[in-house]
Design a protein around this ligand. Structure first.
Ligand code: FDP
Length: 341
């Protein structure tokens, strides 16, 4: 009998156990972060369950304007937002919440107010819901300066100030990828246990990848460095093999593949969208944080993505993130263009 293998199977590292282990490295810690994370995990489990039932609900005629009880059916992204807002407020550990779904930030009232702000996209890639493609929740966590006097400036901080970031992907399995600032770990939901189990310890992105990921339909509007980079992926000038193109159009899924297999994900600026499409606080920052923690890089076309200082909560930025060497190449192309000015 393979006792080592057996031990491996029976000694399950749940996400709560993992975070408690991390917490024990900081004797001054009072467990607030662990509580906050438990509430985020609860939100992810709820959304995972709702997403997996969405197709079925449609098939058997439950979706539509009203359900069988005559109540109005909520769209999945609206429902996910409500679940996360309620879970985060009720944790008693949050102060300011910024959600992709809400125009204004939510300031948590004093009895339930805590010291963390959470920026999140409750259901990213929602244009993919109806065709069953993987979608996800993305989140980033900051510590606020003064819980007595929270201001919007507490969330308008550069991404490098985040304490933690992660995403949960609702796909063929439900996978939560998390960094608390010392590496990246992936946990898979075991539906029979209702627990996220550590399945991808200490994720490191390959130094160089064989895949590029971009919406090429926007190519006619790209700037010079992006166009040159993509051309070089297809027709490498150094004689190396051409890269493969993979683009799902759902950021969590595209970034997850990039993190595990290596390569580069690009959402550049173009003539129609000079700031790109993706949102700084709850798309660009958390994913850039994870990439750096996994040994990769994230760049905006001008600077390290995590150095950006947002001035508005729903601000957008171009982003190039992934394997270290691949991002290095696009940085060189932007630097070369800058030198010709
Ligand atoms: P979606 O519009 O489906 O919500 O920012 C949202 C996002 O998806 C990302 O998840 C995805 O990477 C990107 O937009 C896809 O944009 P394009 O359709 O322009 O390629």
């Amino acid at each position: 009998m393979d006792h080592a293998g057996e031990a491996h199977r029976t000694d399950l590292m749940t996400i709560t156990r993992y975070v408690l282990n991390e917490q024990s490295k900081h004797p001054e810690s009072r467990g607030d972060f662990t509580i906050l994370l438990n509430h985020i995990v609860l939100g992810c489990k709820f959304v995972c369950s709702a997403v997996s039932k969405a197709g079925l609900a449609k098939l058997i005629g439950l979706a539509g304007d009203t359900n069988v009880q005559g109540e109005e059916q909520k769209k999945l992204d609206v429902l996910s937002n409500e679940v996360f807002i309620k879970a985060l407020v009720s944790s008693g550990r949050t102060c300011i919440l910024v959600s992709e779904e809400d125009e204004e930030a939510t300031f948590v009232q004093p009895p339930l107010r805590g010291k963390y702000s959470v920026v999140f996209d409750p259901l990213d890639g929602s244009s993919n819901i109806d065709c069953g493609v993987s979608i996800g929740t993305i989140f980033g966590i900051y510590m606020i300066k003064d819980a007595h006097e929270p201001t919007i400036e507490d969330v308008l901080q550069p991404g490098k100030n985040m304490l933690a970031a992660g995403y949960c992907m609702y796909g063929s399995s439900c996978t939560l990828v998390l960094s608390t600032g010392s590496g990246v770990n992936g946990f898979t939901l075991d539906p029979s246990l209702g627990e996220f189990i550590l399945t991808h310890p200490d994720i490191k992105i390959p130094q160089k990848g064989k895949i590029y990921s971009v919406n090429e339909g926007n190519a006619k509007n790209w700037d010079g460095p992006t166009a040159k980079y993509v051309e070089n992926c297809k027709f490498p000038i150094d004689g190396s093999p051409a890269k493969s193109l993979r683009y799902i159009g759902s950021m969590v899924a595209d970034v997850h593949r990039t993190l595990l297999y290596g390569g580069i994900f690009l959402y550049p600026a173009d003539k129609k969208s000079p700031n790109g499409k993706l949102r700084v606080l709850y798309e660009v920052f958390p994913m850039s944080f994870l990439m750096e923690q996994a040994g990769g890089q994230a760049f905006t076309g001008k600077q390290r993505a995590l150095d950006l200082i947002p001035t508005q909560i729903h601000e957008r930025s171009p982003v190039f993130l992934g394997s270290y060497d691949d991002v290095e190449e696009i940085k060189a192309l932007y630097a070369a263009e800058e030198n010709t000015k």
